[in-house]
Design a protein around this ligand. Structure first.
Ligand code: SF4
Ligand code: SF4
Length: 184
């Protein structure tokens, strides 16, 4: 029997369509019961260009599910890991001691400590993905500027978009190999 091909789940976000409404942030909070004052995703507003030709870029940001993740390397207990089948980085709360090594190691400030003492962050809504659904943020976006899928499948929408459109990742110079791509 042929070996099952591993997936590389990624998110592709069209910055030309994002209006910065924050619905993705609200959806994530509701779906994942994120406590008040903490967030698994957030919207960045960046002014680009030179006066008078200015442009505001809105970016919905979250854990980049890096393929070369310093958070995983920094974790002394194995609580932070990459799920081999999906390439999603996850945290096992049972193994997490709350030492914050991963929080310090992440260049994107994507992790936080839950009131119970373990680390949390975006999981790409793995519970929904396992049921064949999109992550909550992707499913509610009113401008449909977010796409989720498998970059190892050349026919997937995310693969096609990255072939057709200019794109960037955040802080690629850190060497983390991020898996959130922004169409520009
Ligand atoms: Fe780890 Fe931060 Fe990369 Fe997410 S964005 S995989 S928490 S280093
Ligand atoms: Fe690992 Fe938890 Fe420490 Fe992070 S806080 S490095 S997940 S044990």
């Amino acid at each position: 029997m042929a070996a099952k091909q591993k997936k590389r789940y990624v998110m592709v976000i069209d910055t030309l369509l994002c209006i910065g409404c924050g619905d993705c942030v609200v959806a994530c909070k509701m779906e994942n019961e994120v406590p008040d004052g903490l967030s698994r995703d957030w919207v960045v507003e960046e002014v680009q260009g030179e006066f008078p030709n200015l442009h505001v870029e809105y970016r919905s940001e979250r854990c980049n599910h890096c393929s070369n993740p310093p958070c995983v390397y920094a974790c002394p207990t194995g609580a932070s890991f990459i799920d081999e089948d999906s390439n999603i980085t996850l945290v096992d709360p049972e193994l997490c001691t709350g030492c914050k090594s991963c929080v310090a190691a992440c260049p994107y400030d994507a992790r936080f400590i839950m009131p119970e003492g373990y680390v949390s962050k975006c999981t790409f809504c793995m519970h929904r993905v396992n049921d064949g659904e999109d992550p909550a943020c992707v499913s509610v976006c009113p401008t449909h500027c977010m796409y989720f899928g498998d970059l190892n499948d050349p026919e997937s929408e995310v693969s096609q978009l990255l072939k057709q459109r200019q794109h960037k990742t955040i802080a690629p110079e850190t060497g983390t190999d991020p898996n959130i791509f922004y169409l520009t």
